[in-house]
Design a protein. Sequence first.
Length: 364
Amino acid sequence: MSLSKNKSQLPLTKKRNIVIIIAIHNVLNSLKSSTKEELKKEVNLDLRDYSLDQINDVRTIEKGIDTLEKLLEINILKEGKPVVYKYKTRNIKIAKQLFLHSGMEHMVLMYDVLLSLDGLSFNKLNEKVFHTLGSKGYSKLKELNFFEKENVITPLIQFESHSKFEMDQGKLFLELFDAINQKEVLDLEYKYFNGDIKKYKVSPYLLKQFNKRWFLFVFNHEKKSIDYFGLARIESHTILPKDNFKEKERKCLFGEESYFSDKVGVSKYENRYENLPSKKATSIKIRVEKMQFNYIETKPIHDSQKWHKNEGDDEYEVISIDVIINFELIAMLLSFGSTIKIIEPIELRDILIEKYKKALENYE
């Protein structure tokens, strides 16, 4: 959305104008009828709190009202002499519109994400966002109060998370989110489980959660392919302003033939097992107990899951999936225990048998 250039409106790219608009909005949103002079008084109180220049006449108030009406599309009642102003309805929200018109489009997504994540040990992360918004003039916008720790609300949506994310990865999450939005190339330092630390030049594309862990998906400039890194093991990152962001390669992550279309979870082909039939998607047929089938039918293992109705019996149903055999798939199949049996490929069945044997040995 283009930024307003109308001379009768306040440019929303300036912090002072954001403060003015929010101050007028807060008064009118209370359904309190106010004159321009009364609005000016309230605006100046907020400008003083921000240590910004106060306004001397009501022309700025007139521009603010015009901005709310025409740019943010809010119906404002004007009655009497002298004219008093108030909103037609209460609880009007303007955060997303302000973000869009002030060159902060990425905050529209961040607003939705953090609102849905609220209540899941994201208090410190929310506070960081609120501090950032406050520095841009948004701290008195009441609909953003949920970002403050003391104003945690009961969430309507919840995603899986954990307290370690808040302590170790919250700040990194925001910085990577911003790098994706700004299309910045990064020099990434990554620590593997074996202790090795390596550096990679990457174009960041996506933050994705799986099994309570967050991953950054990128184009790896050295490998010339899509790659991913767990946030918990990113040691450091530096912006490389002179390097070109790889935009066209981003499409590999999305669509029917995306990176994720043939995977359970995030990882690639499980190369620790040399006898697996293919590095590409493999058709896997699974026998499932009736009770377990009711669960798997409503929560499919993968989007490719099919039910083979004619191959079942009184005790079992048969399903198939077409996926790459990776670590997450093996872990998920093991989690079903005795309620499933791999019919084919036999190589995958042998892997699970060996896993079960080793598990039994741990109890001998």
